[in-house]
Design a protein. Sequence first.
Length: 235
Amino acid sequence: YAVGCMFGRYSLDQDGLIYTGGDWNPSIYQRFKPVADNCLLLSNEVYCEGDIVEQFCAFLSAVFGPATLEDNLAFIAAGLGKGGKSSRDVIRQYFIKDFYKDHVQMYRKRPIYWQFDSGKNGGFKAIVYMHRWHQDTVGHLRVNYLHRLQRVYENEIIHLSEIMDTADGTREKSDAEKKRDLLLKQLKETKDYDTVMAHLANQRIPIALSDGVLFNYKKVQSVDDEHPLKLLKAF
């Protein structure tokens, strides 16, 4: 429900479905504003402002008030029952690893939220709402999210390399090296993924909701029927 409110499918102001296609009117949402560009970024760390965990915190504050935010985060994290450094970390890991799997199961393999996924190293993950898809969705995510995240990775790799060069302790150097190695893999993965996104962004592929989830899920990843590309997470 929270993710639905983040995309405008639901609203804290009215009961029932609010947006399932057609003209988009953000002014009807008052208590909690959906994301303006139909994108929720999922990342291992707080790399970019407004990612899915930050939006989730804003949602909880809108529903229950900011004074109880930390208590509510702790309650939700305890319900997820998984270890983590903090409540936010537990919730972040759920969104990264389990949310999409649960969504696909709940919607019987007809997901309305689609996950962009660069591969096994988790270099780039983002969710969009199918009913707000337009022909420039891929291009927008590529320029405004993928490229921005690549710059973050590059800067973080430089920073970690500096830590490795100056660290006094073996533990500090080892931790920095481990994190840098992962970021190097993620950066390479996102560059490979960028090629796929660029190809599909240039196609500017629209969808018709009446064609259904499965048809459209395949359509937005295909240059033609014989050349499907891996843009979205398989299910």
